[in-house]
Design a protein around this ligand. Structure first.
Ligand code: FES
Ligand SMILES: [Fe+2]
Length: 386
């Protein structure tokens, strides 16, 4: 067979059927020009998670975040509305806000002290009364789309983007089914990690539990592996398992509470994962952010009912930070090195008809979404699968 004919008919050589498809070619993980393209075609056009409403709860509170190499300022107005702005002064383009904090009446640019109301309107520009035809209404801050789900904040730089609730239809209801109080939680703690691996390697790793039995001995003691399933939807997927067999296990001990189901993990295109762990009500976000083509910053946020980290939540987070993450970091860094090898280009997915706990169909689903975003509309939309 001509090697060029071996791969599937879709861009990147993918096949619509995961059982017949090869994986995404390795250059998509290593080529710096691919990452540049991803900034435009993925990060500047998708709903990107930026934090929890409890972090910007009061009027005047703000947080600056980075999306697609842009600084974005999230600001809670005096009217209670949370807005997002390009964090760039309309005078001569200095950055306006740094980090996070609380504003009184205005945002003041540090360069020449132009001041903006919290809704983005230009309030004062020193000396502008002496400038012919100066119209303050021309120089308001440029706004970006902000939407929330269960208190989680998402920003989209594309003004024409489909609303979050439409694009991710069914996600909120699915989370509430497993975690009924998910909408009552507050930000409690953060941890940061750095992987020497492309961000997509880290998402691939999240999307399957084929590696759990060889690589995560405590995790497979925590969840009931034979019941583990991964269901894909158009722009998200959900991994769930039944109630664990024991509340005492080698990961962490917990009392059965709201969350008696075991574990649920969500992938939210393009780079967010949401984890619901056994025990007290909780919601963990783990977001993969590119740091060049060969690095990934991972931001972990823990949310709890009290807004504090204690008890079972603390035990669950300690297990995640001290055991599970180091296991996954080692795997991802080795894979990234392998993707650069002359001895590798692409592999196959292990999938089975019943989509059992070892099936890798959700990795294929992610590769299809990447190709669809990067190579245009020629791909069929990935369909939901059990
Ligand atoms: S650049 Fe902001 S006031 Fe001049
Ligand atoms: Fe893992």
């Amino acid at each position: 067979m001509n090697p060029a004919d071996r791969y599937g008919p879709l861009p990147g050589g993918l096949h619509e059927d995961p059982a017949r498809s090869y994986t995404m070619p390795s250059r998509y993980y290593t080529d710096p020009s691919v990452l540049e393209d991803e900034m435009d075609k993925i990060f500047a056009r998708s709903w990107i998670f930026v934090g929890h409403e409890s972090q910007v709860a009061e009027a005047g509170s703000y947080k600056s975040v980075e999306i697609a190499e842009e600084s974005i300022a999230l600001v809670r107005g005096r009217d209670g509305v949370l807005r997002g702005f390009y964090n760039v002064c309309q005078h001569r383009a200095h950055r306006i806000l740094q980090g996070a904090g609380k504003l009184k009446l205005t945002m003041v640019c540090p360069y020449h002290a132009w001041a903006y109301n919290l809704d983005g309107e230009l309030r004062t520009a020193r000396g502008c009364e002496n400038v012919d035809g100066f119209d303050k209404s021309e120089f308001g801050l440029k706004q970006v789309r902000v939407e929330t789900m269960l208190g989680l904040i998402f920003v989209n730089l594309d003004p024409g983007a489909q609303p979050f609730a439409e694009q991710y239809a069914g996600l909120e209801v699915d989370i509430l089914r497993w975690m009924p109080r998910a909408g009552q939680l507050s930000f409690a703690a953060a941890e940061n990690f750095h992987f020497k691996a492309n961000w997509k390697v880290v998402i691939d790793n999240f999307q399957e539990c084929y590696h759990c039995e060889p690589a995560h001995p405590a995790f497979v003691d925590l969840v009931a592996m034979p019941t583990y399933r991964n269901k894909t939807h158009q722009f998200w997927s959900a991994q769930t398992s039944d109630m664990p067999h024991a509340n005492q296990n080698s990961a962490y001990d917990f009392e059965p509470g709201d969350v008696d189901f075991g574990y649920a993990g969500y992938f939210v295109w393009p780079n967010l994962t949401i984890w619901l762990m056994p025990g007290e009500p909780n919601l963990m976000t783990l977001q993969m952010l590119p740091d060049g083509p060969e690095g990934c910053l991972e931001h972990l946020h823990w949310h709890s009912l009290s807004g504090e980290l204690k008890g079972q939540g603390k035990a669950a987070l300690e297990y995640t930070v001290n055991v599970l993450q180091p296991e996954d970091i080692g795997l991802c860094e080795s894979v990234h090195q392998g993707l650069k090898s002359r001895g590798y280009d692409r592999g196959r997915f292990i999938v089975d008809r019943d989509r059992t706990h070892i099936s890798e169909h959700a990795v294929h689903h992610f590769h299809m979404l990447v190709m669809q975003a990067m190579e245009g509309g020629a791909l069929p939309v990935p369909q939901a699968a059990e």
